[in-house]
Design a protein around this ligand. Structure first.
Ligand code: TRP
Length: 335
């Protein structure tokens, strides 16, 4: 990338403001964002505030949670001078893309999305809302409004990326008529991260109380890891199939220390879960120490956080308006 200074690939990704970012986000996506930005990519980060309403009636503490995400981004090294960090609700032209995009997918396709199915199963609502079923199309608008090339995400987001590619293809086929396509088909960028489980052995999730937040204190980190699910076998071994919880903890040490999980297991030998947990706590706290220090410093300047967001929202609006004008023109809405 650095050899073609004229071409800056656009990278877009985002995180719902439902709670603080955790180690899964960090190793799964945040590190990739920082690396791509350092390599010259133009980084866009959407904070999809409307999308919080997919599995609950009311989005709570939005202001605090949005500021918390911006803090996490800046603390891990996202460059606020260059990145466009914005919220859904502040970019009307982006949201309007949802209408033509919805016309390009069938109800059956929406109902087949495996990530949506899983979220419906874990939803805290008695009834599934229309937003739950349609948010992947909204996500396509997030990605396509800036014509992103690359989307660094976790495995669970792949169905949404596939939906986005389908929508881009169908829009181009239906409305670009041999002219150059309006939307590029974005690629997902998966990190090489092994599966990290939550401390309860389930999927690590901001809203399931089973994750170590980047901004958690060292004591809180120790307490969460002490309570993590393991198994009774004293000999520690890396075996994700048979021993998913122990293996996930070993992966965490390996990621923090840049090591191989088998060698971590060997070092622990017959030490059992308590030795493993002590090592995980030390590795995580040590790795996060500089990030947490920076986070605490930045937390003192809310004006700066708000300025970063205001700038991002302005830039996102400029881009979204250009794209929407192209879309409505292609659809014959020239009045
Ligand atoms: N659906 C994503 C999540 O739940 C958040 C998200 C919204 C997103 N829009 C996006 C991710 C666009 C990548 C690109 O984590």
């Amino acid at each position: 990338m650095t050899s073609h200074p004229a071409f800056r690939p656009r990278v877009l990704t985002g995180d719902r403001p439902t709670g603080p970012l955790h180690l899964g986000h960090y190793f799964g996506s945040l590190q990739n964002r920082v690396r791509l930005q350092a390599e010259g990519a133009e980084l866009f980060v959407v904070i999809p505030d409307y999308q919080v309403l997919t599995d609950r009636d009311v989005a709570e503490q939005l202001q605090e949670r949005v500021e918390g995400l911006i803090l996490d981004y800046l603390a891990v090294g996202i460059d606020a001078e260059q990145a466009v960090i914005f919220t859904h609700s502040a970019v009307p032209a982006l949201n309007q893309l949802l209408l033509p995009f919805l016309s390009l997918v069938s109800i059956a396709e929406l109902q087949r999305n495996p990530t949506v199915k899983d979220e419906i199963a874990h939803s805290r609502q008695a009834q599934v809302s229309g937003l739950m079923l349609t948010y992947p199309v909204h996500q396509a608008a997030d990605i396509l409004f800036c014509k992103a090339h690359l989307v660094p995400v976790g495995q669970d987001q792949l169905p949404h990326l596939e939906a986005t590619r389908t929508i881009a293809r169908r829009f181009n086929a239906r409305y670009a008529h041999g002219a150059s396509p309006i939307f590029p088909e974005p690629e997902a960028l998966l990190s090489a991260m092994p599966l990290l489980l939550g401390t309860d052995g389930g999927k690590m999730s901001k809203s399931r109380g089973n994750a170590i937040a980047l901004g958690a204190s060292e004591d809180e980190t120790a307490r969460l890891i002490r309570g993590a699910k393991t198994d009774p076998e004293r000999r520690i071994s890396f075996d994700p199939e048979r021993r998913p919880e122990v293996s996930s903890l070993l992966s965490l040490v390996a990621l923090c220390q840049g090591r191989d999980p088998h060698s971590v297991a060997e070092e622990l030998g017959d030490g059992g879960a308590s030795a493993l947990k002590a090592l995980v706590t030390e590795a995580v706290n040590e790795h996060l120490r500089p990030i947490r220090k920076r986070r605490a410093e930045l937390a003192g300047d809310r004006g700066h956080l708000r300025a970063v967001l205001a700038r991002g929202n302005t830039r996102a609006n400029e881009i979204a308006e250009v794209t929407l004008a192209e879309v409505t023109a292609a659809m014959g809405m020239r009045y």
